[in-house]
Design a protein around this ligand. Structure first.
Ligand code: GDP
Length: 304
């Protein structure tokens, strides 16, 4: 985790350093506050949130009346944590009721890092001694189930897959059945990310969701629907996220590729605009490049 934090710090340190440099100027005049606001907006924090943050920070700096760098840094830290919102911190559901596996559906557009994320999550769970089954319900691209199977082998878990072009819902069903049968703790289902149109997506994901719950006892529904979002796509990614949010009840977000952007503010925008917690962040292509997300951990990495 220390290494991942360092990686996040590296990609975002320009932001943290920039803010601290602006705050430690001799005079904190109107122009400087505007620059601070612009810096936050450029980091994808969102215009309203950036404005709010600057206003609150400005007021606190005024009230405290000190320009001591440590104090100013602490104020910035507190205000950033406040906008990221620690009350949204949530862990991944990794246990279903009555010893049934927790069923986690992973959705998102192609290329967002879905399959990689499923592999990484499996790796974390296996390291925690959990039994995991993967379901390759992205049956539209042969490469997708191939890729997931490779992850499964790498991590040492079973991957349930179907022939190319087969019904994604039936693969999801078979994966949950297999997980239930083998007493697995978690079934992770990779889905197709074709964002053809809302109707099509709704039909497809709706069916996967419905059918995947059939092997489960009454009342046990999908435990998590994780939306995977590429942090480097900014506002475009937000639009995609909104479409998914309208189609399925998303319980958590995985923000990938945060290693490749200094626009870490997108985390805040996503949580605020969708009202869904960011649960995990992706910080690289490797199997270990996944970290749980907390407001405090994120801001501390930002200001490192
Ligand atoms: P999918 O189409 O949504 O299943 O996406 P993939 O899992 O195939 O990932 C698409 C590309 O993004 C691959 O090259 C991954 O290695 C890469 N990728 C996934 N997550 C991350 C991440 O957190 N950081 C970086 N730098 N690359 C990532």
């Amino acid at each position: 985790l220390g290494r991942l934090r360092a990686r996040l710090a590296k990609s975002n340190s320009a932001l943290g350093r920039g803010l601290l440099a602006l705050l430690s100027r001799d005079t904190l005049d109107e122009a400087t506050w505007e620059e601070i606001e612009d810096t936050l907006i450029m980091a994808d924090l969102g215009v309203d949130t950036a404005g709010e943050l600057v206003e609150a920070l400005r007021e606190r700096v005024r009230v405290i009346g000190t320009r001591d760098p440590e104090t100013v840094r602490e104020l910035l830290r507190e205000e950033l944590i406040r906008v990221v919102d620690p009350s949204m911190d949530r862990e991944l559901a990794v246990a279903g009721p009555d010893g049934e596996p927790a069923v986690v559906l992973v959705v998102g557009v192609n290329g967002s890092g879905k399959t990689t994320t499923v592999g990484k999550i499996a790796r974390v769970l296996v390291a925690e001694d959990k039994d995991v089954v993967l379901g390759a319900a992205d049956t539209f691209r042969a490469a997708a189930s191939e890729q997931l199977t490779t992850w499964g082998e790498r991590v040492g878990v079973e991957t349930i897959r179907g022939p190319e072009g087969s019904d994604p819902a039936s693969v999801a069903y078979a994966a949950v059945e297999a997980g239930k049968g083998s007493g697995a703790d978690v079934v992770l289902i990779d889905t197709a990310g074709r964002l053809q149109n809302k109707r099509g997506l709704m039909d497809e994901l709706g069916k996967v969701k419905r059918v995947a719950t059939r092997p489960l006892s009454e009342g046990h529904r999908i435990d998590e629907v994780l939306l995977v979002l590429d942090a480097t796509t900014g506002q475009n990614g937000m639009k995609q996220a909104q479409v998914f949010a309208e189609v399925v009840d998303i319980t958590g977000i995985v923000l990938t590729k945060l290693d490749g952007t200094a626009k870490g503010g997108i985390v805040v925008a996503v949580q605020r605009e969708l009202g869904v917690p960011v649960k995990l962040i992706g910080l690289g292509e490797g199997a270990d490049d996944l970290a749980p997300f907390t407001a405090e951990g994120f801001v501390d990495a930002l200001l490192e």
